[in-house]
Each structure stands twice: as C-alpha cells, then as structure tokens.
Design a protein around this ligand. Structure first.
Ligand code: ADP
Length: 943
C-alpha cells in the first residue's frame, strides 16, 4: 500500500547539504568541525552526504558517489561541496557535480568553481610567504619545491607562490630543484630519491605542497642522517595536526581549514535568505614558524612582545579600553578562530587578570580562563595554543604594574594559569583516549551484535538498541525500491528518534526517496545533523543509512555503513540460499518421485511385454532382462545377467547374432532377423530378434534386444502351406469326378440305370465339395472372430446319430457300426444342424483314420446333467504329441502325400460348435489302437 505523504512541516530551520568523502581524514573533518559549529550557532540542519572522491583508484564495482546525486530541493535548501578534497583525483568531476545541482544555491569550499559561491584559501600568497621567510629570515638560497598533484588547482597555486617568491627575491628558478609529486606522506621517499640520488643536486631547504608530504620529507631526510633544520630546512602547508607532532615540529602555512566551513555556512545562509553574496571569498593564510624552518617554536615566539606592538608602561586604567593592538594580538594567536567565544572575551580576560592581581584573588580570573577553555573543548578547539595567550598577557600587562610586588604576584598567577592549561590539555588528552577506547568498545559491540544475526528484523533491533549507546540518538534506514537509488520511492524500515523507534514488520513505509528522511519521522526538537550514506554491496544498491552526526564519531560512520551493508546482504543471501535449497529439495523430491514412477512404468511395460527384452552392454553382455524373458527361456534373472545372449540361441545361430551385433555397433541402424531360440530345457522354437542401438553423445553404449516367440506363427504358416496343397488335392478329386461323369452324361447315350448311377456320383461328390467349402467358410468365420451361429432348441440327439450312421454305413463297406445305450437319452439344448455336423465329422474321421476297417462304436451316457457322446474306432490312433494339436486350425497329424485326404479343419469346427453349446470335446488315443473322441453338452434342464 502506498502511503499518502505528509506535507513537509513549515521549515523553521534551513537545511544544508554537505557533500564530502570519508570524515576520518583531517582535512574534511576539520572543515566539518567549522560547519557544525556554525550550523549549531545559526540553528541550521545539516545533512552530510558521505561518498568517495570521484575517480578514486579503489573505486569498487558500484558507483558509491551516486549518493552525491540524492540531495535536492526536497531535502535541502542549499549545498556545501568540499571541492578541494573531492577533486583530489579529478577536478572536472567536481565541477560537473556542482553543475548538476544548479537548482540549489551551492558553495564550493577550497576551489573556485564558476556558478557557485567559492570560498578559497590564498594558497599562492601563503606559499610565497613561506619561501620568502626562508630567504629573508634564514638566508637560504637553494630552496627545492616538492609539488602536489599536477591537476589539483590548489597545488598549482601553491607552486605559483614558490615561483613568485623566488622572482620577488631575485633568485632564478632552477628546474632541477622542482620535483613533481603528490599530497601524500609516501610520496616523500621518491622526492628525496630524485633530488639526492638521481639529480644529485645541492639544496638547503625544501618547501612542500602540503604537510603530509613535508612530514614524509623530514622522516626520509633524517633516515639519511641529514639534520633538520641545520642541513635542510623544511616548510609544509595546511597546518594539520601532523605538523606539530613531528620532531622537529613542522613549520607550515596555516590555512584556516575550519574557517572554510564556517564561511561556507555563513555565505550559504545569506544566499538562502536572499542576501547579496560575493561569488568568491578568499581566506588569508598565515605562516607558522617552527623548528623545522630554523625558528623557535610558535609558543616561544609569542613569549616576546612583537615589534608591531608598542611597549607600554602606562599604569593600568581599568575603566578605559585595552589597546586595539593588544586585543588583535589575542585574536591572531588563537588559531581556532572558528570557535565562537563570548564577545569581548580578550578584554574581559585581561580585566579579570588585573583585578585578580590587584585584589590578590585569583579565583575570578581562573574561573574565566576555565570557562573559555571549556568552551573551546566543547567546540573541538585546540587549547594548547592558549599558552600563547598567557604570553600575550604577560608582555602586555606585566610591565604596567606599578611595583615589583604586584608584578611578582602577577607572575605567580600567570604561572598558575599555565599549569591550569597544561593540566587541562593533559586531562582532555587522557579523557579523549578513554572516550575513544569506550567508543571503540561500543562500536565493537554494535558490529559484533549486527554480525551475529542474519535475520533482518533482528539486525534492525540491534541498530535501534546499540546506536544510542554509541551516542547516535537518531538514525534511519530505508531500502530502495527495486534496488534503484534513483527510484522515486524508498521504504523506511527503521527509524530511531529520542521520541520513538520504528521497525517495519512488512515491506516498510513508502516515502519519496528524495526526502531522505520521511517528514513524520524528522526530529522535532533542536537541529537535525545527520550523515547520509549509501548502503550497497558489491554491485547492488540496497538503501540509505542516515545517522546523527557527531564530530567525535566521524571515523565510525563509514565502518557502521560497511558492516550494515555486509550483514544485510549476507542475511538476504542466506535467505535466498535457504529458499533455493528448499526449492532444490522439493525439485529433487519430485524428480525422484517421477523417476521412480517412470522406472516403475518402464518396468511394468517391460515386464508386461509379450516379448523377451534384454539390454545388452557394449560387449554384448546381458545387463537387464524383463520377466517375460525369464518365462520364455526358463532362466532366472541372475542366471542371465552378464551372459552373452548366445545362451538363448540354438548352436550355429550365434554367429548370425554376433554378426548382427557387430553391424549394429557400426551402422547404429536397427536390425531385425529370425533365429531358432533355445529354452533352458533344450527345447527349440522359432523367434524373431529385433536389435536397436543405445547411443548417447559419447557413441554406442549397447543394444536393446527383443526376442519374440514366433513358433505359433510359423506353425500356422506351415499349416497354411499344408492346407493349400491339401485343399487343392481335396478339391481336385471330387471336381475331376464331377467333370468326368458330367462329360459322359453330356456326350454319351446311356442307359437309364447307368445315367442314374453317374448322377448319384456327381451328387455325392458335389455334396462332399459343398461340405468342404462349408468347412472352409466356418473356419474363416471363426478366424475372423465372428464365431459360428448357433440356434439352440431342445433336441433329441438320437435320430441325428442314427441318420449319420446310416449315411456312412452306405458309404463304407469295410466298417461295422455299433450304437451303445442310446435309449432313452435326455434332450439337449442345441442346434440340430450343428450337432449333426459334429457327429458327421467324428464318424467320418473314425472311418477315414481306420482305413483297414473295423468297428465304429457310438455310445452316449448322461452324468451330472450332461450328455456325453463318444465315437470310438479301431484305426491308426495318435501319439500324445499329435493329440495335443488336434483341435488347432489346419492341423493334420500326417500331411504327407500318402496321407488320408483332409483339410485339418473338421475338429477345429467341432470344438467351436461344442463349446458354443457350453460343452467340451476331447480325444483319447494310442497309435495303432484306435481313437475315442468324446463331446459333452448340457441336457435341457441344465442348459
Ligand atoms: P481332416 O480329417 O480333414 O484332416 P480333422 O480336423 O477332422 O481334419 O482332423 C485333424 C487330424 O486329426 C487328422 O488329419 C488326423 O491326423 C487326426 N485325426 C482325426 N480323427 C482321427 C481318428 N479318429 N484317428 C486318428 N487320427 C485322427
């Protein structure tokens, strides 16, 4: 759900955006010090957008400087850009950056940029002063210059100051004394190597483009046993803390770094308020002489009255004003001019001092001094420089006390003041150290706690509970929509203010990204001072982290940002990994299930196949077989695995198989051929083999071998062949007879008796032919699956039997017929014509297959509701093997030429008819001893 954005509350305080890089560096942090102090004094909100220096060589995969694009009219009223520091690697990018924000008033600090209000430092004059000091005060002539980065504007100005000083003092520029360089400490080694080892030039001083480089030069030269300042004098530029910590202390050109910040805020506010503002403000620099240039330390320098201030022994008149020259000296001694102290503090201090001496009551003076020192500490100033203030009081006031007694008391008081200052310096330093240790420990806790959970909600909990312990009272975390920092909306997932904390349970509260902090969560009391940082990880933008800005925590912000980014990302990664592994698990489960199912399906297809299926490997060894294979061949699976399929073939066939396997591997074309297969028990049968190659990308893997039992088919084929010849024979005999007799009838004049006999012949042969045709039609019907048509009704079978016997009695002279137990027989449910057909077949066979004659006995019995009719002969009989095929189509026990004529169809039809009546038919026989064919059909009451 998109939330309706609240309108911005009437903006009582202006908000200034500051674009800076890491605050750990002394330069931007000192500017920030000035900005914070001035903003607090003017009740201004600060949003400090922290990124990196454009074109930084360690630029990560992502552009972290996207953060500089985020401030706009929705979040700030104007911008301060720390141009000199941001332009360290690329001056043009900063110009571009300022141009991008043309819709806002922009102040550029340290570098002049057209279209902005630029606050710059007089680099050229400062540098010129340093070189002139070496020439004029120390009489040095061969002064080398260690340059800053070539394309840095300030570095160029400083070098110009060097050139100018030489010219103004009538010295020639010696190019061998100028070394290209950079602004960093490490650069000094190369500078010294170039001057001493490469160019082998002589020089008595080096002026460096900044303090870091100068500090490096001191260390590098001293490492080569060159004494500073006796052999070589050194002067730096900037006056950062590193300058005073060197041994000897580094003389330098002080640029009012904090004042840049102060001026920046003042000018920007004026611009925002519509006041006239100059395009460019130049801040003066000041030479700070210290031991490295050959001078005494600056404190010692202030112990003497400067020649510019006139000596005065006039008695002190507390009702009058202090001389301006003295008051100015106070201001000039105090480096931390960005610090706001109460008005007229120098005269107030002087007056309290004089009164303390006169009244012999040091308390008030020491209280004023303590108050001032505290103020400076609160505003992050340097109180050690206040030793110089004491020196100024000493030379400006002491001579004016009327007697030695008061002067001695004054000396005592100044001594106390010095002890107070040193003591404060010591306490502050130790206090700071303790505080720093505490902060580091709290930071450690925060990082440790953050890193110990991968749950996003818990990470947010850690932030809201640990940030206040660190001194950060308010903070916000918002996630970009679609991980796009330029997306219109972001989602606030955490807000911490002294009044409320908010942690989103769902996707967060949507708000316009450009507002940086949703209005309803903004600080209502006091100024808002925040750092705004990009949360990103490698090539992914995550969101914005906004934290209360505390100067003392300046080095912590980048760390908190980096850790927050890493833990959020790792939490997300873990979640992704979990859901991925969950998906993977269910995918594997499904795939396994499918696999099992398809394996089962494949197995069931294989096992239910009527054919034997074998999987052969590359070497033609049996790998897998289906159940049918074990059934067809009588081997168990175990017996077949690893064997060559030749075990399943009759000897001699295997050569054919090996050939085919070989050709299959070569051509990869499926093959089909017939073999004689061999059952485990030695029985042979006709089989058809189909070989299909199994291939993958690597080539031939083996073959699928399908073996089909085609013995039935083969038998059928054989029988059909037999039928053809038999049928031809069967048809020819009666046809020849019919043709012969009808020819005689047509052409000859015959006696009536003879003619009648011939007609009878023709009639009998036609009847035989007709029954033959009928038999063939019946078989064709059976084969077509249509079966025979039976029209059952109660039938007395006795007359049928008798009629059949009568017919065959007439035909055969060599057979006798006997009827057993025929009366009385129960009626059966049957089709009389079909039953007649059965009887006729059985009796005709009995006659046919007892060519030597004999008795044909027909008996009938009833038992258990069925009528059994048997036809027994005394003929050739049959073997058991012959009996097992009797009822198959076209089967003939003997189909040689000498065999009794027949088509092998009669019994097949009989079986069909009997079974259609719900009965059975079977035969009992022995070779040479005759046969008995019996059929049974249900009687009427049991049908
Ligand atoms: P067909 O007699 O026309 O050849 P059938 O189906 O009637 O055809 O008989 C099939 C085979 O059964 C015969 O060829 C014969 O070998 C055998 N057979 C049938 N009846 C007898 C029998 N009574 N005695 C011996 N063999 C018989």
């Amino acid at each position: 759900m998109v939330q309706k954005d609240l309108p911005l509350p009437p903006n009582k305080r202006p908000t200034i955006g500051v674009l800076s890089n890491w605050l750990g560096d002394e330069f931007p942090s000192t500017i920030l010090k000035g900005i914070i102090n001035e903003a607090k004094a003017g009740s201004v909100n600060i949003l400090c957008f922290l990124g990196r220096q454009p074109k930084h060589p360690e630029q990560y995969a992502i552009n972290a400087n996207v953060i500089y694009d985020l401030p706009g009219p929705e979040s700030v009223d104007g911008l301060i850009v720390l141009s000199n520091h941001l332009s360290h690697y690329c001056a043009d990018s900063v110009v571009e950056l300022c141009n991008r924000h043309r819709s806002l008033p922009v102040v550029s600090l340290g570098q002049h940029i057209d279209g902005t209000i630029s606050v710059v430092v007089d680099n050229e004059i400062g540098s010129c002063k340093a070189v002139s000091h070496l020439i004029n005060e120390h009489g040095l002539r061969r002064i080398a210059y260690a340059k800053g980065p070539e394309n840095q504007l300030e570095a160029r100005d400083r070098y110009r100051g060097y050139v100018r000083a030489l010219a103004e003092n009538g010295l020639e520029l010696d190019p061998s004394l100028v070394v290209p360089g950079g602004f960093n400490y490490e650069r000094a080694e190369e500078t010294v190597r170039v001057l001493l080892d490469e160019r082998k030039v002589e020089f008595d001083a080096i002026v460096a483009a900044n303090d870091l480089l100068a500090a490096g030069l001191i260390d590098e030269l001293q490492a080569r046993d060159i004494k500073i300042p006796d052999d070589v004098a050194i002067i730096g530029f900037d006056d950062i803390d590193i300058a005073v910590t060197r041994t000897p202390p580094l003389a330098t050109v002080m640029q009012p770094i904090a004042m840049l910040g102060v001026e920046g805020v003042r000018l920007l506010l004026a611009k925002i308020n519509g006041e006239p503002v100059p395009d460019r403000v130049v801040l003066p620099t000041r030479l700070i002489t210290r031991r490295s240039c050959g001078c005494l330390s600056s404190w010692a320098a202030h112990t003497k009255r400067p020649t510019s201030v006139q000596d005065s022994t006039l008695p002190i008149d507390l009702s009058g004003a202090w001389p301006d020259a003295v008051l100015e000296e106070f201001q000039s001694v105090v480096k931390s001019r960005f610090i706001r102290l109460f008005k007229d503090w120098p005269s107030h201090l002087l007056t309290s001092f004089v009164e303390a001496v006169q009244e012999d009551n040091p308390d008030h003076f020491l209280a004023v001094l303590t108050y001032l020192l505290n103020e400076i500490v609160l505003q992050h100033g340097d109180i050690s420089e206040w030793q110089s203030i004491i020196s100024v009081i000493r030379w400006s006031v002491l001579p004016r006390f009327p007697d030695t007694f008061l002067r001695e008391r004054a000396e005592d008081l100044l001594h106390q003041a010095r002890i107070l200052i040193s003591d404060s310096v010591y306490r502050i330093r130790v206090g700071l150290e303790i505080l720093n240790v505490q902060r580091i420990s709290l930071l450690r806790q925060l990082i440790f706690n953050l890193a110990s959970t991968i749950d996003f909600q818990k990470q947010l909990q850690v932030l809201v509970s640990k940030l206040p312990q660190l001194g950060i009272r308010y903070g916000y975390l918002a996630l970009f929509e679609d991980k796009d920092p330029y997306a219109e909306r972001a989602n606030l997932v955490m807000a911490l203010t002294p009044e409320q904390t908010f942690i989103a349970r769902d996707g967060g509260r949507s708000f316009p990204t450009r507002q940086i902090i949703p209005p309803q969560f903004r600080q209502s009391e006091g100024c808002t001072m925040c750092t705004v940082q990009l949360i990103y990880y490698q090539n992914e933008y995550i969101g914005l982290l906004v934290l209360e800005l505390d100067y003392e925590l300046r080095v912590a912000y980048e760390m908190i940002r980096a850790v927050t980014s890493a833990v959020i990302k790792s939490g997300w990664l873990y979640q992704e990994l979990q859901s991925y592994s969950h998906d993977l698990e269910s995918a594997v489960r499904e795939a396994t299930l499918e696999l099992i199912q398809s394996k089962e399906q494949a197995e069931s297809i294989l096992n239910n196949s009527p054919d034997a299926i074998l999987l052969l490997d590359k070497e033609a060894k049996i790998n897998t077989v289906n159940l049918t294979c074990t059934e067809v061949f009588g081997y168990s699976v175990e017996e077949l695995l690893g064997e060559h399929p030749r075990v399943l073939m009759s000897e001699g066939v295997e050569i054919d198989l090996v050939d085919n396997l070989g050709q299959l591997a070569d051509s990869l074309a499926p093959r089909r051929f017939e073999i004689i297969a061999r059952h485990k028990d030695g029985g042979l049968f006709d089989a058809e083999v189909a070989l299909s190659p199994v291939v993958d990308a690597s080539g031939f893997l083996g073959a699928v071998c399908t073996i089909r039992d085609i013995s039935a088919l083969k038998d059928l084929e054989r029988m059909k062949d037999a039928l053809l010849s038999t049928a031809a024979h069967e048809f020819r005999t009666p046809l020849t007879t019919i043709l012969g007799f009808s020819e005689i009838l047509r052409t000859r004049d015959l006696t009536e008796n003879r003619r009648q006999r011939y007609v009878d012949f023709i009639y009998r042969q036609s009847t035989h032919l007709s029954s033959l045709v009928n038999n063939l039609l019946d078989v064709a019907r059976i084969q077509a699956g249509r079966g025979l048509v039976i029209t059952p009704r109660p039938v007395d079978i006795e007359p049928i039997i008798k009629s059949v016997v009568t017919t065959y009695q007439e035909i055969s002279a060599v057979h006798t017929f006997r009827l057993n137990n025929l009366v009385p027989l129960p009626e059966v449910m049957g089709d009389p014509l079909r039953l007649d057909q059965v009887m006729r077949n059985l009796v005709s066979n009995a006659i046919k297959y007892s060519p030597d004659g004999g008795c044909v006995t027909i008996s009938a019995t009833t038992q258990n509701g069925t009528l059994e009719v048997s036809v027994h002969d005394e003929g050739i009989g049959m073997t058991a093997e012959q009996q097992s095929h009797l009822f198959e189509r076209f089967y003939r026990a003997d189909h040689s030429n000498t065999a009794v004529a027949g088509a092998g169809l009669g019994l097949t039809i009989c079986k069909q008819i009997v079974e259609k009546h719900g009965g059975r038919i079977w035969a009992e026989s022995e070779p040479g001893k005759g046969s008995t064919f019996t059929f049974s059909i249900p009687t009427v009451h049991h049908a």
